[in-house]
Design a protein around this ligand. Structure first.
Ligand code: AMP
Length: 228
């Protein structure tokens, strides 16, 4: 099969750098980027029906119920802008979500190209998230040690205030990591079983991780060409 579409999933614990890498990939590959955490936070800010259904779960660091999120992503992957591919970040996060995605894609005669697992240890994730600051207006992300804003507490991009996300508070971070190990990590085996999984060591600078991802994508293209 020639590689005509690039349908990618970014998998990994909170704090692994999925968002940072997803935004770079979106620019490099010119594909739409769907981050369910961002979509849900926007819905909470705008107090839509979706936001009302998600809010309490998010505040506790729990996952929102599968049926709340599955429809949202189903619509996105079926949109014209995603015809050449897409980058999913934070979805799927459970086996039922993975099965729903697979079902939806196969109805459309499509499938995933690869699942990129960006892996970091729990200690590293806790360290990164503890210093993460997010802008209240648009969700731009900074990190006090590794990627500080020019002025303390102010977003470089739009000048709005930087805050600690409620679910980046230490006790909630631990709970999110537990949820990851419990509900999301089984997807590593699931996608390995479908020969879609590519592992990327996330314990490096954003530039280094981006380079590892780039090399993985080159390899994927070569494999697809050989299989024609
Ligand atoms: P994130 O920004 O990816 O860390 O997501 C923030 C929060 O949104 C998570 O802790 C969950 O409460 C919720 N969330 C995001 N994506 C999903 C998903 N695929 N399934 C269930 N909950 C999700």
């Amino acid at each position: 099969m020639a590689m005509t579409e690039l349908n990618l999933v970014l998998l990994g614990p909170p704090g692994s750098g999925k968002g940072t890498q997803g935004e770079r990939l979106q620019e490099d590959l010119r594909l739409p980027y769907y981050a369910t955490g961002d979509i849900l936070r926007a819905a909470v800010r705008e107090a839509t029906e979706l936001g009302r259904a998600a809010r309490e779960h998010m505040d506790r660091g729990d996952l929102v119920p599968d049926d709340v999120i599955v429809g949202v992503i189903g619509e996105r992957v079926d949109s014209t802008e995603a015809a050449d591919g897409f980058i999913l970040d934070g979805f799927p996060r459970t086996e039922p979500q993975a099965e729903a995605l697979e079902g939806r894609l196969s109805e459309l005669g499509r499938g995933l190209t690869a699942v990129l697992l960006i892996d970091v240890s729990d200690d590293e994730a806790v360290r990164r998230l503890g210093g993460r600051r997010t802008c209240v207006e648009n969700g731009h992300v900074f990190q006090v040690d590794f990627n500080p804003p020019e002025r303390d507490g102010v977003c470089d991009v739009d000048g709005s205030a930087l805050v600690v996300r409620d679910d980046d508070k230490p006790e909630v971070v631990r709970h999110r990591l537990d949820q990851y190990h419990d509900k999301t990590e089984p997807l590593v085996g699931y996608y390995d079983g479908h020969s879609l999984l590519r592992r990327i060591d996330g314990a490096a600078t954003p530039d280094e991780v981006a380079e590892r991802i780039r090399r993985t994508l080159v390899t994927l293209r070569l494999e697809a060409d050989e299989a024609i």
